[in-house]
Ligand binder design. Structure first.
Ligand SMILES: Cc1cc2nc3c(=O)[nH]c(=O)nc-3n(C[C@H](O)[C@H](O)[C@H](O)COP(=O)(O)OP(=O)(O)OC[C@H]3O[C@@H](n4cnc5c(N)ncnc54)[C@H](O)[C@@H]3O)c2cc1C
Ligand SMILES: *[C@@H]1O[C@H](CO)[C@@H](O)[C@H](O)[C@H]1NC(C)=O
Ligand SMILES: *[C@@H]1O[C@H](CO)[C@@H](O)[C@H](O)[C@H]1NC(C)=O
Ligand SMILES: *[C@@H]1O[C@H](CO)[C@@H](O)[C@H](O)[C@H]1NC(C)=O
Ligand SMILES: *[C@@H]1O[C@H](CO)[C@@H](O)[C@H](O)[C@H]1NC(C)=O
Ligand SMILES: *[C@@H]1O[C@H](CO)[C@@H](O)[C@H](O)[C@H]1NC(C)=O
Length: 516
């Protein structure tokens, strides 16, 4: 597979010089104050003095002078730079309500950062206090109820490995570096969704801290309206301190992996075969054909003017069953192929989504995205031709530009009624996106942005744009409806729930339903 170039995290946000501010509390008790005070400059020392004593042992409060600051403020895309003046790294779930209440009482804006793979530019409007989830890595299997309790800071890699060692699997994203909560709150696509639905669909209970600091349980019988909202629009409503999700006994010892590199002349054959694959089982994907993913990009070992199609397939079962389904792809004629059978935890490394893979650690600057039900093969050819033309015109972009495609098995996702969760895109299990590295200020940035928008327009064609909230770029051309659903009742319901659970709109930095 062609790999993403590596980029070093460049300019990190530095704290502004600390100027002496007014004291946080006046003599008046808080309940006599019409409005809590607003601070202009948040000071580490003040937060340490006032909040520190109330937090559990092992919690840390620090600013930019701390060695840990750089790692806890870097994002996958370097231009995502929320302005973190103070970081509070909590050591226990119970700390979170104290931090949130302290922030709300003092009009301090706060934002959770977990694994830093948030990619929407809406994060850049943030200035204030970070709640770091880094220390909340707890995992507790309950075999009797076939569930696992996961703390708010976990990410896929260790969770998959731990469960597998104990004979279980659970739904996660396909990339092992990504935080599980952030991903679930937006739905969550991964290799088990053909069998078990979205990652959010497997969650039976959330422990949540609301904007006022209250700790509540959210499930099908307790705050059920919020349970609906957390599964697709969850970033807008609270801090998840932990959640309980279904686990399933492992059903196979090995997964089958098959990768192909095809030259551009095979494009029609490939996309027609992909469309067939995703409808082969009475209109849905064979459930065990879990995940196919591919990029169209330059591979210098083949050509420096014509991109190739590099694809891989992950099958949740034996090689012979997988190869029967892959026969149409085998018949196309690849420039190179690779086949392996590995335990489930290792499938990500092969598909380039393991923790050690470059794709997981650093991203490029420019992206655009859409969701599809099936490929329009004519449009795919136009996209290919566009690629050839753009890199002729802007040769520097040839090293980083790519069209990426993710096709998930869709049966269980579509079996769940669309109105039962806030996730609005159940019909569209193909995610496409454009990526290119073009640093701010470089002469390639404007062309890369134009290309991103033009590629998106070709994918959308005559359809309505569909934006997966977890892949949204935050550009103004992505409408709120394209993210949260076109049916008017969806945004109405979400706005009603905002008024009820977050009336002061504290959670407004990640694809906000209500921006201000
Ligand atoms: C390389 C890469 C691979 C990806 N792979 C997949 C994939 O396979 N499947 C998929 O569905 N998506 C995938 N995504 C998208 C991913 O779901 C989102 O980027 C997700 O928000 C990342 O979560 P994070 O914790 O890593 O990032 P962060 O930036 O730390 O978190 C993103 C946002 O989530 C919210 N959040 C995080 N933790 C909490 C919490 N405990 N409580 C409340 N809110 C919280 C906050 O609003 C935060 O701003 C991928 C993204 C990248 C960059
Ligand atoms: C920052 O992260 C890198 C890579 O994970 C790690 O090697 C390094 O030790 C971290 N630095 C600090 C100060 O935690
Ligand atoms: C639902 O949440 C309530 C409140 O936290 C809790 O008492 C109850 O046990 C939860 N039910 C399930 C099935 O998790
Ligand atoms: C397809 O649907 C028909 C009618 O519902 C059913 O009889 C058949 O078993 C299904 N086939 C598969 C492969 O699920
Ligand atoms: C992912 O990383 C592993 C370990 O470094 C490597 O063997 C593998 O080839 C990488 N996968 C891809 C697709 O680049
Ligand atoms: C497919 O793409 C072509 C070329 O962009 C476009 O003309 C056509 O309308 C599209 N078809 C559908 C069904 O969207």
């Amino acid at each position: 597979m062609v790999r993403l170039l590596s980029f070093t995290a460049g300019c990190l946000v530095l704290l502004h010089a600390l100027v002496a501010g007014s004291p946080l509390h006046t003599e008046l008790p808080r309940y006599f104050q019409a409005n809590p005070l607003t601070r202009r400059n948040l000071m580490v020392n003040t937060v340490e003095n006032e909040l520190g004593p109330h937090l559990s042992k092992g919690s840390l409060i620090f600013g930019s002078s701390n060695a840990a600051y750089a790692n806890l403020t870097s994002y996958w895309i370097t231009y995502i730079q929320p302005d973190f003046e103070v970081i509070v790294e909590v050591a226990a779930e119970s700390d979170i309500s104290k931090v949130v209440r302290y922030c709300s009482d003092n009009s301090i804006d706060f934002l959770v950062r977990n694994r830093g793979h948030g990619i929407t530019s809406s994060l850049n409007s943030f200035k204030g206090l970070q709640i770091s989830m880094d220390k909340l890595q707890g995992l507790q299997i309950d075999a009797a109820s076939q569930t696992v309790l996961l703390q708010g800071g976990v990410y896929a890699g260790p969770v998959i490995a731990d469960l597998w060692d104990n004979g279980w699997v659970t739904s996660t994203g396909a990339a092992y570096c990504v935080g599980l909560v952030g991903l679930s709150l937006g739905g969550g696509h991964g290799r088990l969704e053909g069998l078990h639905g979205l990652v959010a669909d497997g969650i039976v209970h959330f422990n949540l801290v609301l904007a006022n600091g209250n700790e509540i349980g959210v499930n099908a019988t307790s705050n059920a309206d919020l349970f609906w909202a957390l599964k697709g629009a969850g970033h807008n409503f609270g801090v998840v301190t932990s959640y309980r999700a279904k686990i399933y006994p492992k059903s196979t010892q090995t997964w089958h992996y098959h990768s192909y590199v095809w030259t551009g002349d095979k494009l029609e054959a490939v996309f027609e075969a992909l469309n067939d694959l995703h409808t082969k089982d009475n209109g849905t994907t064979p459930v065990l054909m879990s995940f196919e993913t591919g990029i169209i990009a330059i591979d210098l070992s083949i050509s420096d003017t014509e991109p190739v199609l590099s694809w891989s397939f992950a099958y949740n079962g034996p090689a012979a069953d997988a190869e029967a389904l892959l026969e149409p792809f085998n018949a196309i004629g690849a420039a190179s192929e690779n086949v392996q059978d590995v335990p489930y935890p290792d499938i990500a490394l092969l598909q380039g989504t393991g923790e050690q893979n470059g794709t997981c650690s650093d991203g490029p600057y420019i992206h655009s995205t859409d969701l599809l039900i099936k490929y329009n093969v004519t449009a795919q050819r136009q996209l290919y031709n566009q690629f050839v033309q753009k890199i002729t015109q802007y040769p520097d972009l040839k090293f980083s530009a790519r069209y990426a495609h993710e096709g998930y098995s869709n049966k269980a996702v579509q079996a769940i009624p669309s109105d039962s969760t806030a996730y609005p895109h159940r019909e569209s299990n193909i995610i496409v996106y454009f990526l290119a590295a073009a640093a701010p200020g470089s002469s390639d940035q404007a062309p890369a942005k134009t290309w991103a928008q033009e590629a998106r327009a070709l994918w959308i064609g005559n359809d309505k744009p569909q934006t997966y909230v977890n892949y949204a770029s935050g550009n103004s051309y992505e409408s709120l409806q394209s993210v949260y659903g076109y049916e008017p009742w969806r945004l109405n319901r979400l706005r009603g729930l905002k008024a009820k659970y977050d009336p002061h709109n504290r959670f407004r930095y990640y694809e906000p339903i209500i921006s201000n």
